[in-house]
Design a protein around this ligand. Sequence first.
Ligand SMILES: *Cc1c(COP(=O)(O)O)cnc(C)c1O
Length: 355
Amino acid sequence: MLDIKITHADHLKPHPDPDTLVFGKTFTDHMFLMDYHTGQGWHDPRVVPYAPLPFELSCMVFHYAQEIFEGMKAYRTPDGKVQLFRPYENAKRMASSCLRMCIPEIPEDDFVQAVKAVVEADRAWVPNKVGTSLYIRPFIIATDNGLGVHASHSYLFAVICCPVGAYYPEGIDPVKIYVEDEDVRAVKGGTGFTKCGGNYAASIRAGERAEGQGFSQVLWLDGVHRKYIEEVGSMNVMFKIGGTVVTPELSGSVLPGITRKSCLELIRSWGIPVEERRISVQELFDAAQAGTLEEAWGTGTAAVVSPIGLLAWEDRKVEVSGGGIGALTQKLYDTLTGIQWGTQPDPYGWTLPIE
Ligand SMILES: *Cc1c(COP(=O)(O)O)cnc(C)c1O
């Protein structure tokens, strides 16, 4: 158990209009901080007013990107309560990111306690309009000053929060995807399975190029063969082919999404066969041509599920589900959002209430 010191903000900010919220721009009144120093371990857990912090420009994180993050949400239920979705999964994934990046781990219970403490302090910020939520960003940065390349001896763990509007205010809109055949996001042995800022830095160029050509995201291929599908933008990806759900296996370069895991558990519980395996972009386009590619969608905390309506690869284009949303994609969306926002029972024990 952390002994968290709480300092409430004197001046509370006005809450933004949930209809015009821009993702990740407005932050709540408080944040959680905890420091690490070699020899001392993690210490001084505290909730304090949200405010900028001073850093020397030699701070390690600015140069060598020794940093990791998580992404999760708090949801307002119809009876006004606030709940988290599978927060221990985020805690586990953060610990695995820590191991890869030589960052000292935070015990799972401490991670969840920290998230709960800041959400509790800012519970009035969890919006109650349909589809809205409080996005939570836990992260750890290396804070040693100096330009030597080595593991830092000091770190800062922080949790900041921002209210987010409905991802689909006008109904679910299928996305257009472009198969990226030049840049790669990650390779086995690298950091693809961790949530680290470096992965995102490497992915920005492809995303910009795709947007410039009228696509919403790119489909990432593996870095070795440039053949096998890995992810879509910053989401995991799934396909329904001839009645079976196929998704890339967690091979080391794919991020183990919590939405991915939850979708696979639901799909299996509905008796639909699932294959976690390598799938080439050739196999996908062959299936599309043969008429057996029934549905395609991305999964992630932000959108929950994001149906893919069009896929473009070199000079080929295929429409999926007639450019609309498939029945299984819709069922996954309805079931997961129902559990997250508490409008449906949670038979799996996935939600954790904030007292
Ligand atoms: C965060 C993330 C996902 C989705 O993970 P969730 O836990 O479902 O939100 C997928 N791919 C990448 C690259 C990510 O960073």
